[in-house]
Design a protein around this ligand. Structure first.
Ligand code: CO
Length: 469
């Protein structure tokens, strides 16, 4: 068993994203950052994922400025972000130079740990982000290679160990197992972590899971017994439900195990005290829904994540076809198999769910195929984890006039400066720094709206001050 287990605190990012769609304003975190800096966490996950979009779209905040303020308030803590490889913070593939610039600016503005993943575990899609991380690394930079965890006949322990070896050879510093659906069972955690530790030696292993199905505490306990080095937890008032397990609870349990955590008990309790009224405020405003706070074992029963299930129910309800729900659920394993067992994460989960619904509504398999599924077979998302249905593949590729899926890396053109220069020109005087341009490249409409509002607000202040004189 590990002698020391460290904690990544997720309240600022994943807990915020999972429980309240990332709507926590910076003003609600700011007063406690100085305290969090003294907690002794391995890292604080505070950026990336949906925080960036949410800042621009809903909170009228500059995500880069938020990061710089967190950096200034937490000088002694590793700040962590989640990065979707070549997709950065969304689902579209960016050119290499954009990915490189994004990583450069993330590090420059204060990020230490870049947790980099690809939904299909197609590691070609995380190489550019890794290389940029190494290129712009400071003494504190950590490149964390992240594996999207899923269960399927092709996702065996030996396959995961092979993935970890590949990440290690690519040059990542740590490895994270990301169980976004919260379906990893205690014994799966045990065999995986022991297998990985045996396979790759002393490289730090991180477990990221969610309480969604109610298994996370048991799974984390087994993971710790099996030698995991870092776990992701959320301060207790922002834990459980669709979020991570509670920081303090696991801290107290580990004390009895005699495992060192490096956490300061008083500080982690004060962090929770700060966030308690914040949570109450967001519950009152209905930003946090009761549904996200409960346990839903559906993902274990139906073998599909909760979000995918609710998406299917919404689709079927729209079509007045809820009577087909059981048939659609039963169709999912077949569709997933035909697609070569992609991990059921966004956007792949919606793709599989929607196609299953279409198959049962139409009454014939793949008579209608969605554009997303077509593009998937074409190779737009990367390589499928397992064998795909070749008959279906041939049929879809014929529609594109192709015989084989694209076998080069999706982003294979080494264009430089083009996207950035174009975005900069489009923004004109709205952009004052490279960060503004990058916001616009990632989220064009939201960033432009934000930058226009910023400009208007400053002009109003200016007008006002002249009138006041
Ligand atoms: Co997560």
């Amino acid at each position: 068993m590990a002698k020391k287990v460290q904690f990544t605190e997720t309240v600022l990012r994943d807990a915020n994203q999972s429980l309240m769609a990332t709507r926590m304003a910076f003003a609600d975190m700011e007063p406690i950052l100085g305290e969090m800096n003294k907690a002794g966490y391995y890292s604080v996950e505070c950026w990336g994922g949906a925080t960036f979009d949410s800042c621009l779209r809903y909170l009228n905040e500059d995500p880069w400025e938020r990061l710089r303020k967190i950096r200034a308030a937490m000088p002694d803590t590793r700040l962590q972000m989640l990065l979707r490889g070549q997709n950065l913070l969304g689902y579209k593939h960016y050119h290499d130079d954009v990915v490189e610039k994004f990583v450069e600016l993330s590090i420059k503005n204060g990020i230490d740990v870049l947790r980099i993943f690809d939904a299909l575990n197609d590691f070609r899609n995380i190489r550019t982000a890794l290389e940029a991380t190494k290129k712009y690394a400071t003494a504190n930079t950590v490149a964390s290679g992240c594996i999207s965890y899923t269960q399927s006949p092709v996702h065996t322990v030996s396959k995961y160990v092979a993935m970890c070896k590949e990440l290690k050879e690519m040059g990542f510093d740590t490895i994270c197992l990301k169980d976004m659906a919260g379906t990893m069972s205690p014994y799966e955690a045990e065999s995986l972590i022991k297998g990985i530790k045996d396979g790759i030696g002393d490289m730090p292993i991180i477990l990221h899971t969610h309480c969604t199905t109610g298994m996370a505490y048991m799974t984390i306990t087994k993971a710790i017994e099996s030698g995991v080095d870092v776990i992701d937890t959320a301060t207790s008032c922002f834990s459980n439900g669709t979020s991570q397990p509670a920081t303090e609870s696991i801290f107290y349990a580990l004390q009895q195990y005699g495992i060192e955590t490096g956490l300061n008990e008083d500080v982690i309790n004060r962090v929770n005290d700060h966030f308690k009224p914040i949570k109450e405020k967001y519950i009152a405003a209905k930003t946090i829904s009761p549904k996200s706070m409960g346990t839903d074992a559906g993902a274990l029963i139906y073998k599909v994540p909760g979000g995918m299930l609710s998406n299917m129910i919404a689709n079927l309800t729209d079509m007045h076809a809820m009577d087909k729900f059981d048939a659609a659920l039963a169709e999912i394993p077949a569709v997933r198999k035909d697609l070569g067992y992609p991990p059921l994460v966004t956007p792949l989960s919606q793709m599989v769910g929607n196609q299953a619904v279409t198959n049962v509504i139409v009454g014939e398999r793949y008579k209608n195929v969605s554009n997303e599924v077509k593009n998937y077979f074409k190779g737009d998302y990367g390589i499928a984890p397992g064998e795909v249905n070749h008959e279906l593949e041939t049929k879809i590729l014929a529609g594109f006039g192709m015989e084989h899926p694209v076998d080069c890396r999706i982003e294979d053109s080494k264009r430089t400066g083009e996207d950035f220069a174009k975005a900069k020109a489009e923004l004109g005087d709205l952009a004052r720094c490279e960060e503004d341009v990058m916001s616009y490249i990632c989220f064009p409409k939201q960033a432009k709206d934000f930058l226009e509002k910023r400009k208007a607000a400053e002009e109003n202040v200016y007008t006002y001050s002249i009138e006041a004189m």
